[in-house]
Design a binder for this molecule. Structure first.
Ligand code: ATP
Ligand code: MG
Ligand code: MG
Ligand code: MG
Length: 474
């Protein structure tokens, strides 16, 4: 079943049981400074859950664009390592605003999966929150799930919250057992294990509380339902794929990358495949974020976007992709998304211009900065050390405009780590100096020229990264 049919069947099923179809809202939550990006289908309905705004209808269904990078739900560092995590993905969800509650939510989800899509109950497992006896018994009475397939998990897995504050509640997840070939192989591997065997596809949140700044839970005016199912994960199950990256949502993009490199995807070359996955993921995220009006910057959301672009470029080195590659890949992705998002095409010229300009900018940084980091790593190793000192990081940053996290991305494969605390101390000193003297010049680290394999060129980067945002993705 291709992803377009999945989208249509999901909308169709829930419209059939009285839900109003609501289009995806923006990735950039309007008027919500507490949240970096829309990270779940419920985000646009936050005020409706809180009862401060009327919902579009008592029952709604949507397929919401989401980004999970930075903030409470941050999957940036998982992309490529698991078969199931992206930064940008689409969440299919049905919602009840004080209309139906647990019983119907469970019945709808089970019917959709096992009847409409025809998934065998023999591969399905469900989880419930530790003390949610009601949900556990409804799974048996309404869906006929065997008690041995109902697992109780704690707060980490089965209590959902959008952020540190806002609507939240216990939840119940539906998982697909993908078989032992997907297992991490540990004897303890079971439902709740963080590997890919028991793939969580759908989360049913029983929205009951509002959490305030002090962490206190207040019951919501009317208990509601919020559910979320990852389109890419469901596609991978229904298409019998090895991972989300081998579904129709990704494969054409992988092929487009493959045309630009001699290194093919999926030939068991772990590191190269990893690069393919990260690049494809980041192309998807950057395309939509720029399309929604975001531009790369040094702060907040724009910085996350910048980081996607830079990481894609850094991983492109593993595949020896000739630059520029982002514009082509972004256009290919927009073609793939043309059916569900007909509005995408009109904004693509701008998207491509923004991506091309950022790619060109960062290419210069890569060309000058990478040899410096390689050289520092080499001499550290020669000294029998595995750390780049705070002073060295400060020099890279202050004189060459190289942000610490970019250096971190490069350093790991070179076998060195970063003394980020030393760097923070050095940054603090600089700030202090700056306060004392407005006329102070930029400090430079007296690195002996002999330690550098290429002459140091001062590029005069017009922008310096703010220390505040260095912590953003920490
Ligand atoms: P996981 O435990 O696998 O990280 P989650 O519990 O964090 O998932 P939820 O917040 O419950 O995910 O989101 C609802 C659904 O959205 C998940 O069941 C899954 O299908 C999908 N989903 C969540 N995070 C991602 C992601 N990073 N990439 C792709 N799909 C995701
Ligand atoms: Mg998660
Ligand atoms: Mg989970
Ligand atoms: Mg979940």
């Amino acid at each position: 079943m291709d992803s377009l049919r999945i989208r249509n069947s999901f909308h169709g099923f829930f419209e059939g049981v009285g839900h109003r179809r609501v289009p995806s809202s923006s990735l950039i939550p309007p008027g919500d400074p507490t949240l970096l990006f829309t990270n779940a289908g419920m985000v646009p309905f936050k005020d409706a859950f809180l009862g401060t705004e009327p919902p579009p209808a008592p029952r709604c269904v949507s397929i919401q664009r989401c980004v999970r990078a930075g903030g409470k739900h941050n999957d940036l560092d998982r992309v490529g390592f698991t078969r199931r995590h992206h930064t940008f993905f689409e969440m299919m969800g049905n919602f009840s605003f004080g209309d139906y509650f647990k019983k119907e939510a469970i019945a709808f989800a089970w019917e959709y999966l096992t009847k409409t899509l025809g998934l065998s109950p023999s591969v399905l497992w469900v989880t419930v929150f530790t003390d949610d006896d009601e949900a556990a018994s409804l799974w048996q009475s309404v869906a006929g799930v065997d008690p041995s397939r109902i697992v109780r998990l704690g707060e980490k897995d089965n209590f959902w919250q959008m952020g540190n504050t806002g609507p939240c509640g216990p939840c119940s997840e539906i998982l697909v057992d993908q078989g032992s070939a997907f297992s991490c192989g540990r004897p303890t591997c079971a439902v709740g294990c963080d590997c890919d065997r028991y793939l969580e596809i759908w989360n049913l949140v029983f929205m009951q509380y509002d959490r305030n700044d002090a962490g206190i839970l207040t019951p919501l005016p009317r208990p509601s339902i919020d559910t979320g199912m990852g389109l890419e994960r469901l596609a991978s199950v229904l298409q019998g794929s090895q991972s989300n990256f081998e579904t129709d949502l990704f494969l054409p993009l992988m092929e487009a990358i493959g045309k630009k490199t001699r290194i093919p995807y999926g030939r068991g070359q772990g590191e190269k495949d990893f690069a393919y996955r990260v690049i494809a993921d980041h192309v998807r995220a950057s395309t939509f974020l720029v399309w929604e009006g975001l531009v790369p910057s040094n702060e907040g959301r724009g910085y996350v976007l910048r980081r996607f672009i830079r990481r894609a470029m850094q991983f492109s080195l593993d595949l020896a992709l000739p630059t520029p590659f982002l514009p082509d890949l972004s256009r290919r992705f927009a073609e793939l998304m043309a059916a569900p998002y007909p509005e995408l095409a009109a904004g693509m010229d701008r998207v491509v211009t923004v991506l091309a300009s950022e790619e060109e900018r960062f290419m210069k940084t890569l060309e000058t900065g990478l040899p410096l980091v390689q050289e520092l790593a080499r001499s550290a190793r020669e000294r029998g050390e595995t750390v780049l000192t705070g002073e060295e990081l400060f020099w890279l940053y202050d004189t060459h405009g190289l942000p610490v996290d970019v250096v971190g991305d490069w350093a790991a494969p070179l076998g060195v780590t970063l003394d980020t605390e030393g760097f923070a101390v050095r940054m603090g000193e600089q700030k202090e100096q700056g306060r004392r003297s407005w006329t102070g010049s930029r400090a430079s680290f007296p690195l002996p020229a002999s330690r550098l394999s290429s002459p140091v060129r001062f590029e005069g980067y017009e922008r310096l990264e703010s220390p505040a945002r260095l912590l953003l993705l920490a």
